[in-house]
Design a protein around this ligand. Structure first.
Ligand code: HEM
Length: 485
């Protein structure tokens, strides 16, 4: 859209509350503030105009922030052809330039998470638990003396390995180079998307091709690992038939079988593998690292968590059923997610058709709307002492209301936005809840954990555009649990 079109569209919005920069120079500044402090406008708007729609202009886009229960419900109920998650990912991740044009016209790879992963979770749990235990024993070997491990790197490595067990299976899920490629690819995507996103449309192809070189390079590296595996599985299929004995139940098999014929090349399959991993491992690694930081920062929770976990594990071991009973642990992790996550910009939706909210405001085609999970999670209307870490907050609510479902980690709603809300709420949350509880239960049973510095100060989060991320450089200390034989 030209700048003139943009100004005409903006004039239609003059009745919607405006927050942040205004006027031509204001919007120019606003664009730079996107990188520097744009998220503060979102917070400011939320605090001043709670329950209303407000807009924040930048040079190339108009972002609308939805606040309060009723407007969030409007978004939840809207159809995909009005408000589109994929449209906003396409724009936010600049997928035409960073992944594959049209990848989000048919994101069939996500259906693996919706259909296969979640449905088979119970049956697959024992192998996942084994992978968690082996990953910890190799990456955090229990020692008699305190040993320091880089928290973010270790958290990422464990999550990549366990998730890749479900995506490509062994031995590739243990391959350090392949796991590193998944990490590098995600990092390259985020950085490239940010720069291309700030570039005017007519320059995007040029800018993308300049920056793009390390995405194809990483893709080629990944294809070198995936190609022989595809070949091997195709040969087995030719020899033993479609359902050959020992056929792995993973994303790779799923893609080889379910991808449209035009997408059966190694390249197309590898892109979908990497794209699914991008959605999965980064938020899951952040959640694990943050929960470990919280365990080390607030050690007073450890005895009560152990008192909950130990008898359950003694009776049944760590199983899908037994982790369901660990509701204090569930509460602890959920509180960590609430306090550290959500993002100032969450649940993004691209407006594909003019959309009128229940308060009468209309947003026009081409705009973007967001909610602000971080502000919601830090709002005293929803959470008393919202900036405090209260590990058993949700466990107490569950007990007080005798409601085993409403306050669990996987339950979504307008006051808990970690996994979004509505038909696009994260389908991986059932897996991630099972994984995080298994990991934390294993850590509590096997190790003592503490901060590297004995000052009780939690390593500060690092903000990247709209969302806080765990401290990347801090380490955590582990040792074999004191009374463990
Ligand atoms: C703590 C970890 C995770 C967090 C915080 C998280 C968060 C989210 C959020 C906020 C959304 C968008 C929801 C919306 O806009 O309404 C989403 C979507 C999605 N997530 Fe997750 N996620 C996590 C882990 C995972 C994992 C492990 C997987 C895969 C195994 C996964 C797969 C997906 C997919 C496929 C979508 C797109 C849903 C759709 O197509 O409708 N996520 N996630």
């Amino acid at each position: 859209r030209s700048v003139i079109d943009e100004r005409i569209i903006r004039s239609k919005y003059k009745n919607v509350i405006s927050v942040g920069p205004s006027g031509m120079f204001g919007t120019l500044i606003g664009t730079f503030q996107l990188l520097l402090g744009y998220r503060d406008f979102i917070q400011e708007g939320y605090e001043k105009h709670y329950g209303k729609l407000f807009r924040i202009p930048t040079l190339f886009t108009m972002t609308f922030v939805v606040t309060g229960h009723d407007l969030l419900e409007d978004v939840r109920k809207a159809s995909d052809d009005q408000l589109s998650l994929y449209g906003s990912i396409k724009e936010g991740m600049q997928t035409d330039y960073t992944m594959e044009p049209h990848i989000l016209d048919n994101p069939y790879h996500f259906r693996f998470v919706h259909l296969s992963l979640t449905r088979d979770l119970g049956g697959r749990f024992p192998e996942l638990r084994e992978e968690v235990i082996t990953a910890f024993s190799e990456l955090v070997p229990p020692t008699d003396d305190w040993t320091s491990f880089p928290a973010w790197l270790t958290g990422k490595s464990i999550v990549l390995r366990v998730t890749n067990k479900l995506f490509v299976g062994p031995p590739l899920c243990h391959d350090l180079d392949y796991n590193d490629i998944n990490d590098t690819y995600s990092d390259a995507l985020v950085k490239t998307a940010l720069i291309v996103g700030l570039t005017p449309d007519f320059l995007k192809p040029i800018v993308a091709s300049t920056l793009y070189f390390y995405i194809p390079k990483t893709l080629k590296r990944a294809m070198k690992h995936v190609a022989p595996l595809v070949q091997e599985r195709l040969e087995k299929e030719r020899t033993f038939g479609k359902d050959w004995p020992g056929k792995p139940n993973d994303l790779l098999s799923w893609l080889m079988e379910k991808a449209p014929e035009s997408d059966k090349s190694v390249r197309a399959i590898t892109i979908r593998l990497l794209a699914t991993m991008f959605a999965a491992y980064r938020p899951a690694s952040m959640a694990l690292t943050q929960a470990l930081f919280d365990l080390a920062t607030y050690p007073s929770y450890i005895p009560e968590l152990r008192a909950e976990i130990e008898p359950i594990v003694k009776e049944k071991g760590i199983t899908k059923e037994s982790i369901n009973k660990m509701y204090k642990l569930d509460s602890f992790i959920k509180e960590s997610l609430r306090l550290r996550g959500g993002g100032k910009s969450s649940m993004p939706r691209k407006v594909l058709k003019d959309f009128t909210f229940s308060d009468g405001n209309t947003v026009y085609t081409g705009s973007t709307i967001i909610a602000t999970g971080y502000a919601i999670h830090h709002d005293a209307r929803h959470y008393p002492d919202p900036d405090e870490f209260d590990g058993f907050r949700f466990a107490r609510l569950r007990e007080a209301e005798n409601d085993p479902v409403r306050y669990q980690m996987v339950s979504v709603g307008p006051t808990y936005m970690m996994f979004g809300n509505g038909r696009h709420a994260c389908p991986g949350r059932f897996l991630v809840s099972a994984l995080l509880k298994t990991m934390l239960a294993h850590v509590l049973m096997t190790y003592d954990v503490k901060l590297e510095q004995d000052d009780g100060v939690r390593p500060p989060d690092k903000w990247f555009t709209f969302a806080p991320a765990p401290n990347e450089t801090a380490s955590l200390m582990f040792r074999k649990r004191a009374n463990l034989a």
